[in-house]
Ligand binder design. Sequence first.
Ligand SMILES: [Zn+2]
Length: 110
Amino acid sequence: MDEHIKDAIRQAVKEQIVDLEQGLSDLEERSETVDLDQPIGRLSRIDSLTNQGILLSGISKSKARLTALQRTLQDIDDPEFGHCLECGEEINIKRLIALPESKLCISCAQ
Ligand SMILES: [Zn+2]
């Protein structure tokens, strides 16, 4: 893989890490402000629980993606990087920029 392509991917990974970290702290802040002990109606209590569940699952998804992106930064110099785990073909560069942690090409991912 060309150095300038690797640089473009590194850049994309770093930008996505910054975005994710920002989104993550936002989600964490919102999940902390859900107050389940407030004397609110049963339905709104269920709403709060549902909202908190959505926030918590968003948090765990963001954390998993953050880990995958950080690993991508380490793997980028690996000669196997950018090759599909399934068919071994090179993964499209646009796909790698959009989703740098991709391990599969578009056709194998479908
Ligand atoms: Zn493939």
